[in-house]
Design a protein around this ligand. Sequence first.
Ligand SMILES: Nc1ncnc2c1ncn2[C@@H]1O[C@H](COP(=O)(O)OP(=O)(O)OP(=O)(O)O)[C@@H](O)[C@H]1O
Length: 256
Amino acid sequence: MTPFLDVRNIGKSFHGVPIIKNFSLSVEQGSATALIGPNGAGKTTVFNLLCGLYPLDSGEIFIDGKEISKVPKERRIRHGLVRSFQNIRLVDHLSVLDNLLIGAYIRTPGPRTLLTPFRLQPRNAVSRQVREKLDALGLAHIADSPAGRLPYGLRKRIDLLRATLTGARLILLDEPAAGLNPSETHALMRQLRALKENGATLLVVEHDMHFVSSLCDQAVVLNFGECLARGTPSAVMREPAVKTAYLGTAYERAQP
Ligand SMILES: Nc1ncnc2c1ncn2[C@@H]1O[C@H](COP(=O)(O)OP(=O)(O)OP(=O)(O)O)[C@@H](O)[C@H]1O
């Protein structure tokens, strides 16, 4: 089976220093993969390369069998690639519904539709569909609230819903659980699992290994820009090389 995301031997240097070295990654559709590793390992750089923020020095990236290595960053969304950032990027003074309409209208761009989110045209079928999506998450009651007034956990979920409304098929998540309390984490987890069940493919950078184990089918460990281990989250965390990378050689010496 062709992987949905196929990253082949990518490399990137900054100022002559190799940061990502011959890194490959294969992700099946409808699965969740965690990209983990110690600070400075290169996780964010891999995300930036996937999004097209930096050009690749070497290697290729395919989404659903199509090469996107040279597709400009703003066009990658057409291939179903979206990124949900750790710092939420909602428009605070707009309502939840209007924020979501911005996501939904990215699927149907054009001068006429671009005006619609800002109430310059009558509400239409898209708005009804977006309300239904909110309702399905049990969030219909916040549709008309200004996004900026919501608690952080709800803003996070709206940000994720907006990303999915763009027609996203591959969602990159930057530390989704950071800053959430346990009940917010649980609600976000449910939303992410539902996305997976509906066929979305998730790639997650996350330090919370409990979250990773609950959500992800595979974990890929990056260290100094290279793949150190891959497998199920629990299997990779048992690997001595991974423990050493996270905790230093002192950890290994302390083991019986
Ligand atoms: N634009 C850039 N120019 C120069 N060096 C960079 C650039 N982006 C990243 N780096 C360097 O690349 C290395 C990897 O950084 P990156 O942010 O990808 O790591 P990370 O695994 O995401 O770390 P963390 O978990 O701390 O966020 C670091 O040494 C960083 O300083």
